[in-house]
Design a protein around this ligand. Structure first.
Ligand code: NFS
Length: 630
């Protein structure tokens, strides 16, 4: 393997199963990445355009003779900005459509009088949105909140309701820049329109539309997804969970649920505990049914039910390579199409469940929210009946770790000061956190989020960055595949306190929290926005004034670009470990890594070395501390 795609430093189960994959003649993401070298330089720099059929056009940077404009006249700035904006819009669409599905699920739950797990949160949102809840049955409140949430996607006037959660100064900044998110679908559509051939050619204005679509994700679609998932399925509370592929069980029917939306996985959690299905598994010679989660669906069910976290993005193929998985059940996003090819080499059934994501070679069993348990049971039966088809070649790695997860904003606040809190009355309760930051016991906080990418040894950057930050008294919060990386490395266990600086170690011991707090899936980065907002309001400053930062050391998806963009536009300094495809435009690169700071108070930085990234974050935090005079 070339250095660029080296696996030295990948976490151990990965290396072991990669060897098994090789012995079994199975191709994985690493093999395909090697086969793809060298990757297209025009695409890598963002200066390849396929927006119309006069193209593809490309800007040749390395020679003075090559074309410097597209056939229509689009410059490198226009091309790179249009490509980036479209990626941001796609990311925002993915998160927001997830949010819409959850709002629909709440609507059906109300219709069918299904239980609402967090009635308190539902009522708080109703109050926040001006919905009369008093004297109404809970299902009526749920129905009204669901309807109002669905209106957020296409309402003709006004702005998104959750924008009101942002600090006043932030809202004014957005107002001045003309980026206050209006309606989610509209803001995404506008990016697609303005980046059509012959429309917006000004990279700064293209980025303005992209920022609004991204804010529609963070303060809109994602926030709706998180909040209504909590309402429907429960707001996470701290508890222990196991992680890594060692959570698969040799004698059980193993079902891996993979993807993003908690509706499917919640129904599976119920189905695998149905006595008749447990009995059926025994009749087939298994000891029981073992449900485990992968990627963000893994985070969702781990956060709410303690279902083991099997692994992150780069472990999905490797889970099948164990030979122990009866069914890999998927819905939407981050599902490698290669899974059906890998599954064919073993007995695993790849089961797709969403009309939005079918994969050739998979069994399609459509999930219908209105008949959720019925659908989930059929899927579980399909897995049970596949147990007998296991081939001899089963290997489950021993590696697994334990950690405490479940840190919703409410849980963090409660852990910090032991006071039960609701969003309706958030003030005062972040005082202990602010006091710890002000006194310097904690220097600040940083979020580590995002994916896996072949350009970085699997999980290495997530883990090294987290270790470096906690060593320097920076509290880390994490979501998505970064959270999987951190728990596997033991950073959510009590033992991790040994790796902390003195101040953070004291806080963790006192409050009985790990130094790295798992806040959920990538959609749940909206929880981080809320926490920042509550902290800013308490301190009477803007988010951009706080001694905080974020990093996506191994990011790869369009969703990550949307997240990064809304974080920067919300005032956060964001360090990317992998360069986005923009470097062909010096102007756009400067806009993202410098100009945005003048406009929004946050900016992107690109730093592949996790130790250097930590240095940059620490410097940023110290600068903010100085400016706050703390
Ligand atoms: Ni986020 Fe979740 Fe993982 Fe990346 Fe994919 S699972 S939504 S995009 S790969 S962190």
């Amino acid at each position: 393997m070339p250095d660029k795609i080296s696996c030295s430093g990948c976490e151990p189960t990965t290396n072991f199963l990669l060897k098994k994959a090789k012995d079994n003649g199975v191709e994985t993401v690493w093999d395909r990445a090697v086969a793809m070298q060298p990757q297209c330089g025009f695409g890598e720099m963002g200066v390849c355009c396929t927006n119309c059929s006069m193209g593809p056009c490309r800007i040749v940077k390395i020679s003075p003779d090559g074309p410097k404009k597209g056939i229509c006249g689009a410059t490198e700035d226009t091309m790179a900005a249009r490509n980036l904006a479209r990626a941001v819009a796609a990311g925002s669409a993915a998160h927001s459509d997830h949010g819409r599905d959850i709002a629909e699920a709440l609507h059906y739950a109300a219709e069918q009088k299904k239980p609402i797990k967090d009635e308190k949160k539902l009522k708080a949102i109703a109050e926040e949105w001006g919905i009369q809840a008093e004297g109404c049955k809970i299902e009526e409140v749920a129905s009204k909140v669901a309807e109002k949430a669905l209106d957020e996607f296409g309402k003709p006037f006004g702005h998104l309701l959750f924008v009101e959660r942002a600090p006043q100064k932030r809202k004014e900044k957005w107002e001045n820049m003309g980026v206050v998110p209006r309606a989610i679908d509209r803001d995404i559509v506008e990016v697609l329109h303005s980046t059509h051939i012959g429309c917006d050619a000004d990279y700064r204005n293209i980025m303005r539309s992209a920022v609004r679509a991204a804010l529609s994700d963070g303060w809109g679609g994602s926030m709706i997804g998180t909040e209504l998932s909590d309402v429907l399925f429960g707001t996470p509370e701290p508890h222990e969970v196991e992680a890594n592929l060692g959570v698969l069980k040799k004698d059980c029917v193993n079902i891996v649920v993979h993807g993003h939306e908690p509706t499917l996985s919640e129904a599976l959690v119920v189905a695998v505990n149905e006595p008749e299905l447990m009995e059926m598994a025994k009749q087939q010679g298994a000891q029981g049914i073992n449900l485990v989660g992968m990627c963000c669906t893994g985070n969702e069910v781990a956060m709410r039910h303690g279902i083991p976290m099997a692994g992150n993005f780069f472990q999905q193929e490797l889970a099948v390579v164990t030979g122990a998985v009866e069914a890999m059940v998927v819905d939407v996003q981050c599902i490698m199409p290669s899974l059906s090819q890998v599954a064919r080499c073993y007995h695993t059934k790849l089961i797709t469940t969403s009309s939005k994501a079918k994969i050739p070679g998979a069994v399609h069993m459509e999930f219908d929210e209105k008949k959720s348990l019925e659908c989930a049971k059929k899927i579980v039966i399909e897995a049970i009946m596949n147990f007998k088809n296991r081939r001899g070649d089963v290997f489950i790695p021993e590696e697994k770790s334990r950690g405490t997860i479940g840190y919703s904003v409410e849980a963090i606040i409660r852990a910090l000061d032991g006071i039960t809190n609701t969003f309706a009355h958030p003030s005062g309760t972040v005082k202990p956190l602010i006091d710890a930051i002000k006194s310097g016991v904690l220097r600040g906080a940083a979020a580590i989020v995002g994916c896996n990418n072949h350009r970085v040894p699997h999980d290495k950057s997530h883990v090294e960055l987290a270790k470096e930050l906690i060593k320097n008294d920076v509290l880390v919060v994490t979501t998505g595949c970064g959270a999987h990386a951190c728990i596997k490395a033991g950073l959510m266990s009590e033992d991790a306190v040994k790796l902390c600086g003195k101040g953070l170690a004291t806080c963790c011991e006192l409050l009985k929290v790990p130094p790295v707090l798992h806040m959920g899936s990538c959609v749940d980065i909206s929880r981080i926005l809320q926490l920042l907002s509550i902290m800013s309001k308490y301190m009477n400053v803007d988010i951009s004034d706080l001694p905080v930062a974020a990093a996506a050391p191994e990011w790869m998806s369009e969703k990550a670009l949307s997240i990064g963009t809304y974080a920067v536009a919300s005032g956060v300094y964001v360090v990317l470990g992998v360069a986005p495809q923009i470097t062909g435009s010096e102007n756009l690169t400067k806009y993202l890594t410098s100009d945005m700071e003048d406009i929004y108070g946050g900016k992107f930085d690109i730093e592949p070395d996790p130790v250097q990234a930590a240095r940059k974050i620490l410097n940023h935090i110290e600068t903010k501390r100085k400016q706050l005079d703390i």
